[in-house]
Design a protein around this ligand. Structure first.
Ligand SMILES: Cc1cc2nc3c(=O)[nH]c(=O)nc-3n(C[C@H](O)[C@H](O)[C@H](O)COP(=O)(O)OP(=O)(O)OC[C@H]3O[C@@H](n4cnc5c(N)ncnc54)[C@H](O)[C@@H]3O)c2cc1C
Length: 390
C-alpha cells in the first residue's frame, strides 16, 4: 500500500529500466495527491489509464452508501443481508472483510479501481500511481485486519479476477535448473482464494498445499503475511512453501523472484507483509503428498462454577501437553464467557479410533463422571475421513 511507492525497491535486483518516468523520490512531495488538489489527475488522464487497462478502470462506490442515504430502506436491508456472505464481500471492489477497529481505522473505499485481468494492467496502474504521486492500495482476498488493502483517496489495484490455478508435476523455478530438483507445485493468480486453491490441489489433484483455515482469505495476502494453518505444525508456514513469485515493483518492472533469481526480493516476500515490496501477480507454492486421513474433534463444555471451570481448563491443558502438542494436531480451543470451553481441533494421519482413544479419558472419566460440575452444550464429535474429500 503506501509503502509500495516509498520502498527503495531493492535497487540491486532491478532487471530492466523503469517503464515510466518520474522525478527522483527525494524531489517529489511527501504527501500524495488527493482529489481536488493540484496534481490529482484530470478526467482525460484517468481516461488514458482506462484505455491502457482495456476499460477495467472504474470509480469505486461502496454498497454501504445505500445505508447512508436511507438507513431503513430496502436497499440497505439487502446489503446487510448479503454482508453475512464472505463471497459477496470478496466479489465487490467497494467492500472488505474487516470494516475497521474502534478508534484505530475505519474502512474507506478508494476513489478509482483497476479490476486487473493481466500483469500489464497492474504495470499500467503502478506506473500511473507513481507518475501522479497517488496513494496506491492492492486488494486480493480483502481480509486485512489492519485495513492495509484500503485507503481513502487512493487508486486500488483489485486482483480478484486474476484467479487462475495451475498444478505442476515438475516445477523448476526460473534460473534454478541444475540447482533444484523439480517440485510438485501449484501456481496461483493474485486473486485466488484458499477455498478454490484447496479444491483444485486437494479435491482435484490429490495433493496438499499449506494455507490457512478461512476459505475466503487471499493466497497472496496470506503467504506474504507468513500464513499459519491447521497442519502448520507438520508442514510449516505457507510462506516457507513459496518457490517463486512474479511481482511488479514500484518502478513498473515485472520481476521473477525465487531462490536463484532476485533472492533478496524472494526472501522479503516470504512473510515481509502484503504490499511491502510490490504487487505480486503470480505465486508458485510447493505441494506435498496428501495425508491419507484427516479428521476433527468438536465439543463445547460448560462448567457450573468457577472452581469447576479451572479444573476443566487444567484437565484440557494436561491432555494437550501429553497427547495433542505434536504435528498431528491443530486448530483452535477457545475459552468463552459463561465458563465454556469450545473445542474445534483437527488431526491428520490418525484413524478415528486412535483419535477417540486419545480423547476418551478427558471426555468420559474427567467430565462425564462429574455431572454436577460439567455439562456438554454440544456433545463430543470425533470424525475422520479421506483427506481428499475434506
Ligand atoms: C476471517 C479471517 C480468517 C483468517 N484466517 C487466517 C488463518 O487461518 N491463517 C493465517 O495465517 N491468517 C489468517 N487470516 C489473516 C490473513 O491471512 C491476512 O489478513 C492476509 O493478509 C489476508 O490476505 P487477503 O489477500 O485476504 O487480504 P487483503 O486485505 O486483500 O490483503 C492483505 C494485505 O496484502 C496485500 N496484498 C494483497 N494482495 C496482494 C498482491 N497481489 N500483491 C501485493 N500485496 C498484496 C494488501 O495490500 C494488504 O496489505 C485471517 C483473516 C481473517 C479476516
Amino acid at each position: 500500500m503506501q509503502g509500495l511507492l516509498a520502498a527503495p525497491l531493492l535497487a540491486r535486483s532491478i532487471t530492466r529500466a523503469p517503464a515510466a518516468t518520474a522525478g527522483p523520490v527525494s524531489e517529489r512531495p511527501k504527501r500524495r495527491a488527493r482529489p481536488g488538489e493540484p496534481g490529482w489527475p484530470s478526467a482525460a488522464q484517468w481516461d488514458e489509464l482506462r484505455h491502457q487497462t482495456g476499460g477495467r478502470l472504474s470509480e469505486v462506490h461502496s454498497p454501504l452508501d445505500a445505508c447512508r442515504d436511507a438507513a431503513d430502506g430496502a436497499a440497505c436491508h439487502d446489503v446487510f443481508r448479503e454482508l453475512k456472505n464472505p463471497y459477496f464481500i470478496g466479489d465487490d471492489l467497494g467492500l472488505t472483510q474487516t470494516t475497521g477497529w474502534a478508534d484505530a481505522w475505519t474502512f474507506r473505499p478508494s476513489v478509482y479501481a483497476v479490476a486487473a485481468a493481466t500483469t500489464a494492467d497492474v504495470v499500467a496502474a503502478v506506473n500511473f500511481a507513481r507518475a501522479h504521486n497517488l496513494r496506491l492500495v492492492v486488494k486480493g482476498g480483502g481480509h486485512s485486519y489492519l485495513g492495509r488493502s484500503n485507503a481513502p483517496d487512493s487508486l486500488l489495484i483489485w486482483t480478484r479476477r486474476m484467479n487462475a490455478i495451475v498444478l505442476h508435476d515438475a516445477f523448476i523455478p526460473e534460473g534454478c535448473a541444475g540447482q533444484q530438483q523439480p517440485h510438485h507445485a501449484v501456481s496461483v493468480g493474485p486473486g485466488a482464494i484458499w477455498g478454490h486453491t484447496y479444491d483444485k490441489v486437494t479435491t482435484g489433484g490429490g495433493r496438499y498445499v499449506q494455507g490457512g483455515g478461512c476459505l475466503t482469505v487471499g493466497v497472496a495476502g496470506l503467504v506474504q503475511a507468513g500464513g499459519f494453518g491447521s497442519f502448520s505444525k507438520q508442514f510449516g508456514t505457507a510462506a516457507c512453501h513459496l518457490l517463486e513469485a512474479e511481482i511488479v515493483t514500484a518502478d513498473g518492472a515485472v520481476r521473477i523472484a525465487n531462490a536463484c533469481t532476485n533472492p533478496d526480493l524472494f526472501w522479503g516476500l516470504k512473510g515481509g507483509g502484503g504490499g511491502s515490496l510490490g504487487v505480486v501477480t503470480r505465486l508458485t507454492l510447493k505441494t506435498h503428498d496428501l495425508p491419507a486421513v484427516v479428521g476433527g474433534v468438536h465439543a463445547t463444555i460448560q462448567a457450573t462454577s468457577d472452581p469447576a471451570f479451572r479444573r476443566l481448563v487444567g484437565q484440557f491443558i494436561a491432555l494437550y501437553a501429553e497427547r495433542l502438542c505434536n504435528p498431528q494436531w491443530g486448530e483452535i480451543v477457545t475459552l468463552r464467557p459463561g465458563r465454556r470451553l469450545d473445542i474445534r481441533m483437527s488431526f491428520h494421519g490418525l484413524d478415528q479410533r486412535t483419535a477417540g482413544d486419545i480423547w476418551r479419558p478427558f471426555f468420559d472419566e474427567a467430565l462425564a463422571g462429574m455431572p454436577d460440575d460439567f455439562a456438554f452444550v454440544s456433545a463430543p464429535s470425533i470424525r475422520s475421513g479421506p483427506a481428499r474429500h475434506a
